[in-house]
Design a protein around this ligand. Structure first.
Ligand code: PLP
Ligand code: COI
Length: 342
């Protein structure tokens, strides 16, 4: 086994790293099989598998943390189980069971325990479950055989700026999802659809593209890899939309906001409202709560700015700190969000 002595836990990027084991389970002949332990990073799949041709792929992202008490905590894994089941149903795949999902998540974390970044490093173990359609099909129809897998890797912040505010951009000639499409599910195709705008945004020095509602282009939807929220006076405002992913981080931050005495509004949010917002941020498992200092509405030639570009605003900072404290066991888990791995 390779020595981990040369990993700089505080400077990890958000990227792939080989770890010791990945776990797999196959749905075949109408039932899920046994959990298989693999060290191999590759798959052997049929050239006509539905995942390759018709995008039958769903995935998740969640994290495990090492606490000051040495214990390992996984944040809200059952919520991810339920969301991957919804995503699978959405594109006619076989949903994994709660029991198998939880078993595989805890087992893969335990088996790769040496890759969990130490407490205080600011890094965490990213858990990436995914499911793909395996049956060969040339006509468009769902597979009857599925492969569910879980891999893990230690990661640092999603945006290389860490918790420093970044700029994001609206390009009005791209959509990541359609009004009655797949935006509310975590399917690979959404990320393919968002790749053009995202890459253009990055090439122009932005951290992400911010997508508008695909029907009217009047309301804010979400960023490519994260939900969006804003702070105005004592309110936490976040878009309600049928074409965004229901973010578990956003749901958690809304509860934390209520716990801190803020009001929460989940409602359609007009682009022009950005004019009056005090703080804005993107939130997600990978992004945590990443402050935004500027939003350029490129095609409208408009720019919105928020606070000091060098430091995150006070409310976003407080929300992010509380979320991280709960995840790492530094603040009481009052809402039962944390699963401790024994
Ligand atoms: N929106 C999109 C498109 C995402 O990919 C993610 C990441 O999973 C999120 C939002 C945030 O969701 P969560 O907080 O559950 O990670
Ligand atoms: C996550 O936040 O876990 C994600 O899946 C977002 C991104 C890396 C696609």
């Amino acid at each position: 086994m390779e020595n981990l002595g040369n990993i700089d836990w505080e400077k990890l990027p958000f990227g792939y790293m080989k770890t010791d084991y990945n776990l797999r389970a196959t749905f075949k002949d109408g039932k899920w099989g046994e959990i298989e332990v693999h060290t191999d990073e590759t798959l052997n799949i049929h050239i006509a598998a539905t995942c390759l041709h018709y995008g039958q792929e769903v995935f998740e992202g969640l994290k495990a943390f090492r606490g000051a008490d040495g214990r390992i905590r996984i944040f809200r894994p059952l919520d991810n189980a339920h969301r991957i089941q919804e995503s699978a149903r959405g594109i006619k795949m076989e949903p994994i069971t709660d029991e198998l999902f939880m078993k595989m998540i805890t087992q893969v974390v335990k088996m790769n325990e040496r890759f969990i970044p130490p407490y205080g490093s600011g890094s965490s173990l990213y858990i990436r479950p995914l499911e793909i359609g395996m049956s060969p099909r040339v006509g468009v129809s769902p597979a009857d055989e599925y492969l569910f897998m879980v891999m893990v890797m230690p990661v640092g912040p999603y945006f290389k700026q860490g918790f420093k505010p970044t700029r994001v951009v609206i390009y009005r000639d791209y959509d990541r999802a359609a009004p009655c499409g797949t935006g509310r599910w975590k399917v690979g195709g959404n990320y393919a659809a968002g790749m053009g705008a995202t890459q253009r945004a990055k090439d122009n020095g932005y951290s992400a593209a911010l997508f508008l509602d695909p029907k009217e282009k009047r309301y804010i939807d979400e960023c490519g890899p994260a939900n969006f929220f804003a702070i105005k006076d004592n309110k936490y405002i976040t878009p309600k939309s049928g074409s965004i992913l229901p973010s578990i981080t956003n749901k958690s931050l809304q509860q934390i906001a209520i716990d801190m005495g803020l009001e929460v509004e989940c409602r359609p949010m007009k682009v022009e409202e950005l004019e009056v917002m005090d703080e804005v941020a993107e939130c997600g498992t990978a992004a945590v709560a990443a402050p935004i200092c500027q939003i350029d509405d490129y095609d409208m030639g408009k720019s919105y700015t928020f606070g000091d570009p060098a430091v995150a605003g006070p409310v976003v900072t407080k929300l992010m700190q509380r979320l991280q404290a709960i995840q790492r066991g530094d603040y009481p888990d009052e809402h039962g969000w944390v699963t401790i791995v024994e």
